[in-house]
Design a protein around this ligand. Structure first.
Ligand code: UGA
Ligand code: MN
Length: 244
């Protein structure tokens, strides 16, 4: 199966560093198609060049989060992921049934991904799940497995979420997005509920497929890049001929 990685991204000081690290992980993944959606009015040369130079198979999209919505402390990446899903549906419809076999993974641009997580998700029939490191105030947030099935979750942060797992903790068979053309993310939910919104279209807890050795291994970490602070003097010493 082809893995479609969907990554929203936005301009900030560490963007190029984060995207460099992520793209260089992805260079090691076979059969991977990266869908990168800039949260911007226009596509930027920074992202366009990085994608071109990566040698990866990719699709470059952009859609700006509406200001009014953005000012609230609310979920990021919603419009971007929906735009990617729209593109993906069109793409999949143009493929033969065999070519269409794929898996969709929603990837933040600052997480840390072990190559094994990609091997795991190729086993997915509908929706696969696995532990995520350093998230929700825990060393590891994960599904609890009883007799090979997901019986609950160990989450401490908003444990009342229908699916209390992070975006990095699951992937979905691509054909489910064709079977459920209405499936998309929503802004009308509180933070932490994006994952539940999308998963609710496809599965019940009992249908989740535990991967990563029955959810005993951590192959992805919800790392977050610290916002750098550049001093005034440092800013003044920005050189026109140096690409940062
Ligand atoms: C957590 C989850 O892991 C995300 O999947 C979820 O989108 C996010 O919370 C949320 O609900 O806001 P977190 O580390 O807090 O992740 O969020 P970011 O990594 O800052 O953002 C998630 C993705 O959206 C990133 O790929 C980021 O580049 C992108 N983003 C962020 C934008 O496209 N626009 C923004 O204004 C901010
Ligand atoms: Mn993040």
């Amino acid at each position: 199966p082809t893995i479609y990685g969907i990554t929203p991204t936005y301009a900030r000081l560490a963007q190029k560093a984060d995207l460099t690290r992520l793209s260089q992980t992805l260079m090691l993944v076979k059969n991977f198609h990266w869908i990168v959606i800039e949260d911007a009015e226009n596509k930027t040369p920074l992202v366009a060049n990085l994608l071109r130079d990566s040698g990866l198979k990719y699709t470059h999209l952009n859609i700006k989060t509406e200001k009014e919505k953005a000012k609230k402390a609310m979920a990021s990446g919603v419009e971007q992921r929906n735009k990617a899903l729209e593109w993906l549906r069109g793409h999949l419809r143009g493929l033969s049934e065999e070519e269409r076999i794929g898996v969709v993974y929603f990837m933040d641009d600052d997480n840390t991904y072990a190559l094994k997580v990609f091997e795991e998700m190729r086993k997915i029939n509908k929706v696969g799940v696995w532990p995520v490191g350093i998230v929700g105030g825990m060393m590891v947030e994960m599904p609890i497995i009883t007799n090979g099935k997901v019986s609950g979750f160990n989450a401490l942060w908003k444990p009342f979420r229908p699916f209390p797992i992070d975006m990095a903790g699951f992937a979905v068979a691509a054909n489910l997005f064709l079977e459920h053309p209405e499936a998309k993310f929503s802004r009308k939910v509180q933070s932490g509920f994006q994952e539940s919104v999308i998963l609710n279209y496809f599965v019940k807890k009992e249908d989740l497929e535990p991967l990563a050795d029955n959810c005993t291994k951590v192959y992805v970490w919800h790392t977050r890049t610290q916002k750098p602070s550049i001093s005034k003097a440092g800013k003044a010493m920005t050189y026109n001929h140096i690409e940062v």
